[in-house]
Design a binder for this molecule. Structure first.
Ligand code: IMP
Length: 400
């Protein structure tokens, strides 16, 4: 069985907890894209694990974790997270493998990430984790792969070249020593992609999406996106093998959030937005930035479901809306006098005027009102819910 869990909005849909829960039915959770720009806390009840890079496998159930070649690895974050799981559960690190062909995020990438974003006429609002720089350098063929660290002179050459290309002064010997020291700490966990594929290809794999379809570099709200195919299309290259997916779970929040800049038709400004932000605890897990909040947008969801190949929906954070008297949902856009229920591309999104249908609010997730909300989404999207998350802990979930 090969399954993907994909975010259907702009990330932060609560995928981490869902992946941890679902991982119990799989052998291994695979991260295939992004880097430490992702971030979430998984609440096991008796302890919590903060993830940026480590796949959200249930470590209590001894599930394997694999970081594929499509991920960019920040060694500081990686080592911190390995130490974290190792303290909680002895030998948990032995559950992890990392592709040697994954690229390394250098500290200077983060500085350049910030510098570039600040120099733009319209900032993207990146997480400053050096993600764009890592993928750009990979494409420019001046990126450093983990495997290159096996060869000190090659690594020194690479750092010197990088300093020339980006015209930035780097203390080559210091960076080199630091990188080699960090590499040595993780050496026992490294594996060639081909070896990982040989071991994993016939196993039950759960591919953990990062961010969401609307932040995908090809089909998202470009240029206000991340630098990878964080949707399901990134799985094959990010894992390094032509995977046939049996199932694609699309995770959606009962409302919408976005961090960073870019269009957001249903955004709530002022007090209304602040109320939802506080109720949902909507602050970036990686940067701490307040997330922009707004109502559910079915036009964007239809688009994300179609392009990700999603065949099962998972709803999160509907409990946050409990107590609202009325819950508006955007069912179509008005654009130049026309009503649009689905989009051919996202160019129009920043000029779209949402058309809302107002639902009666619910007091609990067992109520008739909530059932009506769920049924309406299924009908509008044409895909059924398989699970509904009822709270922050891993086990707070209903299977439908
Ligand atoms: P980058 O991925 O750091 O280059 O940031 C590009 C855009 O993606 C920015 O708008 C970020 O706020 C957004 N972004 C990146 N990672 C996440 C995430 O995990 N959740 C939500 N937004 C994200």
């Amino acid at each position: 069985m090969k399954t993907a869990v994909i975010g259907l909005q702009w990330g932060d849909e609560g995928k981490g907890k869902i992946v941890t829960y679902l991982s119990r039915n799989y052998d291994c959770v695979v991260r295939y894209s992004g880097g430490s720009n992702a971030g979430h806390t998984v609440d096991y009840g008796d302890f919590k694990i903060v993830h940026h890079l480590l796949p959200s496998a249930d470590v209590k159930k001894q599930k394997m974790m694999y970081i594929g070649p499509g991920v960019v690895v920040d060694f500081d974050v990686l080592i911190e997270e390995i130490d974290q799981i190792d303290k909680l559960l002895p030998h948990a690190r032995s559950l992890l493998r990392i592709s040697k062909q994954a690229h390394v995020v250098l500290p200077v990438y983060k500085e350049l990430d910030e510098k570039i974003d600040k120099s733009r006429l319209n900032a993207i609002g990146t997480t400053r984790r050096g993600i764009g720089l890592s993928y750009a350098n990979r494409a420019l063929r001046c990126g450093l792969r983990i495997q290159d660290l096996e060869n000190t002179s090659k690594t020194r050459y690479f750092i010197q070249e990088l300093s020339h290309i980006w015209q930035t002064s780097i203390d080559v010997e210091r960076i080199l020593d630091e990188l080699i020291a960090k590499y040595n700490k993780t050496r026992d966990l490294l594996i060639d992609t081909v070896q990982a594929v040989r071991t994993l290809k016939d196993k039950d794999l759960l591919f953990e999406g990062t961010q969401g379809v609307l932040l995908d570099v090809d089909v998202g709200t470009y240029p206000y996106v991340t630098s990878t195919n964080c949707s399901s299309t990134g799985i094959q290259s990010g894992f390094g093998y032509p995977v046939q997916l049996d199932q694609v779970f699309g995770v959606m929040k009962a409302y919408t959030t976005r961090v960073g800049e870019g269009p957001f038709p249903t955004e709530l400004k002022g007090e209304e937005g602040e109320k939802l932000r506080k109720l949902g605890g909507e602050y970036g897990a990686t940067t701490g930035r307040p997330r922009r909040c707004g109502w559910l947008d079915l036009v964007l969801l239809r688009y994300a479901v179609e392009l990700s190949g999603c065949n099962s929906l998972i709803l999160t954070k509907a409990d946050i809306l409990s107590g609202y008297d009325k819950v508006p949902v955007c069912v179509a856009y008005k654009f130049k006098g026309k009503v649009l229920e689905s989009l051919d591309n996202l160019e129009l999104v920043d000029q779209a005027e949402p058309i809302y249908e107002i639902f009666d609010g619910w007091k609990s997730l067992e109520s008739k009102e909530f059932e009506r909300f769920v049924t309406k989404i299924e009908k509008e999207i044409g895909v059924k819910f398989s699970h509904i998350s009822t709270g922050p802990r891993v086990d707070e979930i209903l299977k439908i």
